[in-house]
Ligand binder design. Structure first.
Ligand SMILES: NC(=O)c1ccc[n+]([C@@H]2O[C@H](COP(=O)([O-])OP(=O)(O)OC[C@H]3O[C@@H](n4cnc5c(N)ncnc54)[C@H](OP(=O)(O)O)[C@@H]3O)[C@@H](O)[C@H]2O)c1
Length: 249
Protein backbone atom coordinates (compact mmCIF):
# COMPACT_ATOMS: atom_id res chain seq x y z
CA UNK A 1 0.00 0.00 0.00
CA UNK A 2 1.25 3.51 -0.72
CA UNK A 3 0.60 6.59 1.41
CA UNK A 4 -2.81 7.15 -0.23
CA UNK A 5 -3.84 3.70 0.95
CA UNK A 6 -3.99 2.33 -2.59
CA UNK A 7 -2.44 -0.93 -3.69
CA UNK A 8 0.56 0.24 -5.72
CA UNK A 9 0.58 -2.93 -7.82
CA UNK A 10 -3.14 -3.22 -8.51
CA UNK A 11 -3.85 -4.71 -11.95
CA UNK A 12 -7.65 -4.82 -11.75
CA UNK A 13 -9.19 -4.19 -15.17
CA UNK A 14 -6.01 -5.23 -17.03
CA UNK A 15 -5.64 -8.25 -19.28
CA UNK A 16 -2.42 -10.23 -19.57
CA UNK A 17 -0.93 -12.98 -21.69
CA UNK A 18 1.98 -14.97 -20.28
CA UNK A 19 3.58 -17.27 -22.85
CA UNK A 20 4.90 -20.58 -21.56
CA UNK A 21 2.75 -20.54 -18.43
CA UNK A 22 2.03 -24.27 -18.34
CA UNK A 23 4.84 -24.73 -15.82
CA UNK A 24 7.88 -23.19 -14.17
CA UNK A 25 8.55 -19.44 -14.09
CA UNK A 26 5.69 -18.58 -16.48
CA UNK A 27 3.12 -20.33 -14.31
CA UNK A 28 4.22 -18.31 -11.25
CA UNK A 29 4.22 -15.05 -13.21
CA UNK A 30 0.69 -15.78 -14.45
CA UNK A 31 -0.48 -16.43 -10.89
CA UNK A 32 1.13 -13.25 -9.63
CA UNK A 33 -0.59 -11.14 -12.30
CA UNK A 34 -3.89 -12.88 -11.58
CA UNK A 35 -3.51 -12.34 -7.82
CA UNK A 36 -2.90 -8.64 -8.53
CA UNK A 37 -6.29 -8.50 -10.26
CA UNK A 38 -5.55 -9.02 -13.97
CA UNK A 39 -7.48 -11.34 -16.24
CA UNK A 40 -4.77 -13.75 -17.37
CA UNK A 41 -4.41 -15.97 -20.43
CA UNK A 42 -2.21 -18.97 -19.77
CA UNK A 43 -0.38 -20.40 -22.77
CA UNK A 44 1.33 -23.61 -23.79
CA UNK A 45 2.64 -25.17 -26.95
CA UNK A 46 -0.50 -27.37 -27.09
CA UNK A 47 -3.68 -27.80 -25.12
CA UNK A 48 -2.90 -30.42 -22.48
CA UNK A 49 -3.90 -31.64 -19.06
CA UNK A 50 -0.78 -29.91 -17.70
CA UNK A 51 -2.00 -26.59 -19.13
CA UNK A 52 -5.47 -27.14 -17.62
CA UNK A 53 -3.87 -27.78 -14.22
CA UNK A 54 -1.73 -24.66 -14.57
CA UNK A 55 -4.84 -22.60 -15.39
CA UNK A 56 -6.52 -23.98 -12.28
CA UNK A 57 -3.48 -23.04 -10.19
CA UNK A 58 -3.41 -19.54 -11.69
CA UNK A 59 -7.16 -19.10 -11.20
CA UNK A 60 -8.21 -18.56 -14.81
CA UNK A 61 -10.18 -20.41 -17.45
CA UNK A 62 -8.57 -18.49 -20.31
CA UNK A 63 -6.27 -21.01 -21.98
CA UNK A 64 -4.51 -20.56 -25.32
CA UNK A 65 -2.10 -22.65 -27.41
CA UNK A 66 0.44 -21.88 -30.12
CA UNK A 67 3.79 -23.39 -31.08
CA UNK A 68 6.31 -20.55 -31.17
CA UNK A 69 8.35 -22.43 -33.76
CA UNK A 70 5.66 -22.05 -36.41
CA UNK A 71 5.21 -19.07 -38.66
CA UNK A 72 2.00 -17.13 -38.09
CA UNK A 73 2.22 -17.72 -34.33
CA UNK A 74 1.37 -14.09 -33.50
CA UNK A 75 -1.85 -14.22 -35.54
CA UNK A 76 -2.77 -17.55 -33.99
CA UNK A 77 -2.31 -16.19 -30.47
CA UNK A 78 -4.08 -12.92 -31.16
CA UNK A 79 -7.07 -14.76 -32.61
CA UNK A 80 -7.44 -16.47 -29.22
CA UNK A 81 -6.78 -13.54 -26.89
CA UNK A 82 -7.57 -10.31 -28.70
CA UNK A 83 -5.64 -7.30 -27.44
CA UNK A 84 -4.05 -7.42 -23.98
CA UNK A 85 -2.60 -4.74 -21.72
CA UNK A 86 0.28 -6.85 -20.44
CA UNK A 87 2.43 -9.20 -22.50
CA UNK A 88 4.98 -11.42 -20.80
CA UNK A 89 7.14 -13.27 -23.33
CA UNK A 90 8.42 -16.05 -21.15
CA UNK A 91 8.33 -19.25 -23.24
CA UNK A 92 11.60 -20.42 -24.72
CA UNK A 93 13.44 -23.52 -25.75
CA UNK A 94 16.94 -24.54 -24.75
CA UNK A 95 18.98 -27.25 -26.44
CA UNK A 96 22.30 -28.03 -24.79
CA UNK A 97 25.19 -29.05 -27.08
CA UNK A 98 28.82 -28.11 -27.70
CA UNK A 99 28.87 -25.04 -29.99
CA UNK A 100 29.86 -26.94 -33.14
CA UNK A 101 27.17 -29.61 -32.99
CA UNK A 102 23.91 -27.78 -33.62
CA UNK A 103 21.92 -28.82 -36.69
CA UNK A 104 20.30 -26.19 -38.89
CA UNK A 105 16.89 -27.29 -37.58
CA UNK A 106 18.02 -26.82 -33.95
CA UNK A 107 19.48 -23.41 -34.76
CA UNK A 108 16.22 -22.32 -36.43
CA UNK A 109 14.19 -23.70 -33.54
CA UNK A 110 16.11 -21.46 -31.10
CA UNK A 111 15.76 -18.41 -33.33
CA UNK A 112 12.04 -18.89 -33.98
CA UNK A 113 10.96 -19.76 -30.43
CA UNK A 114 13.21 -17.37 -28.48
CA UNK A 115 13.59 -14.36 -30.78
CA UNK A 116 11.54 -14.23 -33.98
CA UNK A 117 8.27 -15.02 -32.18
CA UNK A 118 8.97 -12.23 -29.64
CA UNK A 119 9.32 -9.69 -32.44
CA UNK A 120 6.18 -10.76 -34.28
CA UNK A 121 4.05 -11.10 -31.13
CA UNK A 122 5.06 -7.61 -29.98
CA UNK A 123 4.36 -6.25 -33.46
CA UNK A 124 0.91 -7.86 -33.49
CA UNK A 125 -0.12 -6.77 -29.98
CA UNK A 126 1.28 -3.24 -29.97
CA UNK A 127 -1.58 -1.48 -31.78
CA UNK A 128 -4.11 -2.33 -29.09
CA UNK A 129 -1.75 -0.96 -26.41
CA UNK A 130 -1.13 2.18 -28.48
CA UNK A 131 -4.87 2.76 -28.81
CA UNK A 132 -5.28 2.43 -25.04
CA UNK A 133 -2.30 4.64 -24.29
CA UNK A 134 -1.05 2.07 -21.80
CA UNK A 135 0.87 -1.19 -22.11
CA UNK A 136 3.48 -3.36 -20.45
CA UNK A 137 5.78 -5.79 -22.21
CA UNK A 138 8.23 -7.97 -20.32
CA UNK A 139 10.60 -10.39 -22.02
CA UNK A 140 12.29 -13.13 -20.05
CA UNK A 141 15.98 -13.36 -20.85
CA UNK A 142 18.76 -15.14 -19.03
CA UNK A 143 22.11 -14.55 -17.41
CA UNK A 144 23.34 -16.45 -20.48
CA UNK A 145 23.02 -13.09 -22.26
CA UNK A 146 26.28 -12.35 -20.43
CA UNK A 147 27.84 -15.62 -19.25
CA UNK A 148 29.43 -18.03 -21.69
CA UNK A 149 28.13 -21.54 -21.18
CA UNK A 150 29.89 -24.42 -22.98
CA UNK A 151 26.59 -25.88 -24.24
CA UNK A 152 24.33 -22.85 -24.60
CA UNK A 153 25.99 -20.90 -27.40
CA UNK A 154 22.85 -20.52 -29.54
CA UNK A 155 20.45 -20.10 -26.62
CA UNK A 156 22.65 -17.31 -25.22
CA UNK A 157 22.69 -15.57 -28.61
CA UNK A 158 18.87 -15.55 -28.79
CA UNK A 159 18.52 -14.12 -25.27
CA UNK A 160 21.12 -11.40 -25.91
CA UNK A 161 19.44 -10.51 -29.19
CA UNK A 162 16.06 -10.35 -27.51
CA UNK A 163 17.49 -7.81 -25.03
CA UNK A 164 18.74 -5.73 -27.95
CA UNK A 165 15.25 -5.90 -29.43
CA UNK A 166 13.84 -4.54 -26.15
CA UNK A 167 16.28 -1.62 -26.24
CA UNK A 168 15.61 -0.93 -29.92
CA UNK A 169 11.84 -0.89 -29.55
CA UNK A 170 11.51 0.97 -26.23
CA UNK A 171 11.97 4.58 -27.47
CA UNK A 172 9.34 4.20 -30.18
CA UNK A 173 6.57 2.94 -27.90
CA UNK A 174 7.36 5.07 -24.83
CA UNK A 175 5.31 8.05 -26.15
CA UNK A 176 2.21 5.81 -26.06
CA UNK A 177 2.57 4.95 -22.38
CA UNK A 178 3.99 1.52 -23.19
CA UNK A 179 7.06 0.14 -21.46
CA UNK A 180 9.18 -2.83 -22.50
CA UNK A 181 11.77 -4.44 -20.24
CA UNK A 182 13.67 -7.67 -19.78
CA UNK A 183 14.04 -9.85 -16.70
CA UNK A 184 17.11 -12.08 -16.73
CA UNK A 185 16.87 -15.06 -14.38
CA UNK A 186 19.90 -16.99 -13.20
CA UNK A 187 19.73 -20.64 -12.10
CA UNK A 188 16.10 -21.32 -11.22
CA UNK A 189 14.67 -24.69 -10.22
CA UNK A 190 11.92 -25.54 -12.75
CA UNK A 191 10.85 -28.63 -14.71
CA UNK A 192 13.39 -27.54 -17.35
CA UNK A 193 16.35 -28.41 -15.19
CA UNK A 194 15.04 -30.64 -12.41
CA UNK A 195 16.76 -33.72 -13.85
CA UNK A 196 20.11 -31.96 -14.17
CA UNK A 197 19.86 -30.47 -10.67
CA UNK A 198 19.04 -33.86 -9.16
CA UNK A 199 22.69 -34.74 -9.79
CA UNK A 200 24.41 -33.71 -6.56
CA UNK A 201 27.79 -32.99 -8.09
CA UNK A 202 26.25 -30.72 -10.75
CA UNK A 203 23.99 -29.03 -8.23
CA UNK A 204 26.91 -28.28 -5.89
CA UNK A 205 28.82 -26.77 -8.83
CA UNK A 206 25.87 -24.53 -9.73
CA UNK A 207 25.34 -23.41 -6.12
CA UNK A 208 29.06 -22.62 -5.83
CA UNK A 209 28.68 -20.19 -8.78
CA UNK A 210 25.91 -18.18 -7.09
CA UNK A 211 27.02 -15.50 -4.61
CA UNK A 212 23.70 -15.75 -2.74
CA UNK A 213 24.54 -19.41 -2.12
CA UNK A 214 21.32 -21.04 -3.34
CA UNK A 215 19.35 -21.83 -6.49
CA UNK A 216 16.28 -19.66 -7.08
CA UNK A 217 12.72 -20.89 -7.31
CA UNK A 218 10.13 -20.23 -10.01
CA UNK A 219 8.56 -17.42 -7.97
CA UNK A 220 11.74 -15.35 -7.78
CA UNK A 221 10.75 -13.23 -10.81
CA UNK A 222 7.37 -12.25 -9.37
CA UNK A 223 8.41 -9.04 -7.61
CA UNK A 224 10.19 -7.75 -10.69
CA UNK A 225 7.21 -8.64 -12.88
CA UNK A 226 4.77 -6.80 -10.61
CA UNK A 227 6.93 -3.69 -10.58
CA UNK A 228 7.40 -3.65 -14.35
CA UNK A 229 3.74 -4.46 -15.14
CA UNK A 230 2.07 -1.99 -12.78
CA UNK A 231 1.73 1.79 -12.79
CA UNK A 232 4.67 1.93 -10.37
CA UNK A 233 6.94 0.85 -13.22
CA UNK A 234 5.76 3.50 -15.65
CA UNK A 235 9.16 5.28 -15.83
CA UNK A 236 11.22 2.13 -16.39
CA UNK A 237 11.68 1.15 -20.03
CA UNK A 238 14.34 -0.37 -22.27
CA UNK A 239 15.79 -1.71 -19.07
CA UNK A 240 16.55 -4.96 -17.32
CA UNK A 241 16.30 -6.61 -13.94
CA UNK A 242 18.76 -9.44 -13.41
CA UNK A 243 17.38 -11.87 -10.82
CA UNK A 244 20.15 -14.38 -10.28
CA UNK A 245 21.47 -14.14 -6.74
CA UNK A 246 24.52 -12.34 -8.14
CA UNK A 247 25.50 -15.13 -10.55
CA UNK A 248 26.34 -12.72 -13.40
CA UNK A 249 28.91 -10.98 -11.20
N1 LIG B 1 14.99 -22.22 -15.28
C1 LIG B 1 16.09 -21.50 -15.35
O1 LIG B 1 17.09 -21.77 -14.66
C2 LIG B 1 16.15 -20.30 -16.26
C3 LIG B 1 17.32 -19.53 -16.24
C4 LIG B 1 17.41 -18.42 -17.07
C5 LIG B 1 16.37 -18.09 -17.91
N2 LIG B 1 15.24 -18.87 -17.91
C6 LIG B 1 14.17 -18.47 -18.82
O2 LIG B 1 12.95 -18.35 -18.12
C7 LIG B 1 11.86 -18.74 -18.96
C8 LIG B 1 11.06 -19.83 -18.27
O3 LIG B 1 11.94 -20.90 -17.96
P1 LIG B 1 11.44 -22.23 -17.25
O4 LIG B 1 12.64 -22.88 -16.65
O5 LIG B 1 10.24 -21.95 -16.42
O6 LIG B 1 11.02 -23.08 -18.57
P2 LIG B 1 10.33 -24.49 -18.72
O7 LIG B 1 10.06 -25.13 -17.40
O8 LIG B 1 11.14 -25.25 -19.73
O9 LIG B 1 8.92 -24.11 -19.40
C9 LIG B 1 8.94 -23.63 -20.70
C10 LIG B 1 7.58 -23.11 -21.08
O10 LIG B 1 7.66 -22.66 -22.44
C11 LIG B 1 6.72 -23.36 -23.23
N3 LIG B 1 7.28 -23.70 -24.55
C12 LIG B 1 8.40 -24.42 -24.80
N4 LIG B 1 8.56 -24.56 -26.12
C13 LIG B 1 7.51 -23.93 -26.71
C14 LIG B 1 7.10 -23.75 -28.05
N5 LIG B 1 7.79 -24.25 -29.09
N6 LIG B 1 5.97 -23.06 -28.29
C15 LIG B 1 5.24 -22.57 -27.26
N7 LIG B 1 5.57 -22.70 -25.97
C16 LIG B 1 6.70 -23.39 -25.69
C17 LIG B 1 6.38 -24.62 -22.47
O11 LIG B 1 5.08 -25.02 -22.86
P3 LIG B 1 4.66 -26.59 -22.94
O12 LIG B 1 4.62 -27.08 -21.53
O13 LIG B 1 3.33 -26.59 -23.61
O14 LIG B 1 5.74 -27.24 -23.77
C18 LIG B 1 6.49 -24.15 -21.03
O15 LIG B 1 5.28 -23.56 -20.62
C19 LIG B 1 12.48 -19.17 -20.28
O16 LIG B 1 12.49 -18.10 -21.19
C20 LIG B 1 13.91 -19.51 -19.90
O17 LIG B 1 14.78 -19.39 -20.99
C21 LIG B 1 15.12 -19.96 -17.11
Amino acid sequence: MDKRGENMFDLKGKTALVTGSSQGIGKEIAKTLRDAGAKVFVHGQNFSEKLDLAAKYVGTDSIVEADLFESGVADKLFAQTGGVDILVLNASIQIKKPWGEFSEEEFDRHINCNLKSSYFIIKKYINYMKQKGWGRIVTIGSTNQYNNHPELAIYGVTKAAQMKLVQNIAPYIAPYGITINNIAPGAIETPRNDKALADKEFRDKVVASIPAGYIGNAGDMNGAVLLLCSNEGRYITGSEIIADGGMHL
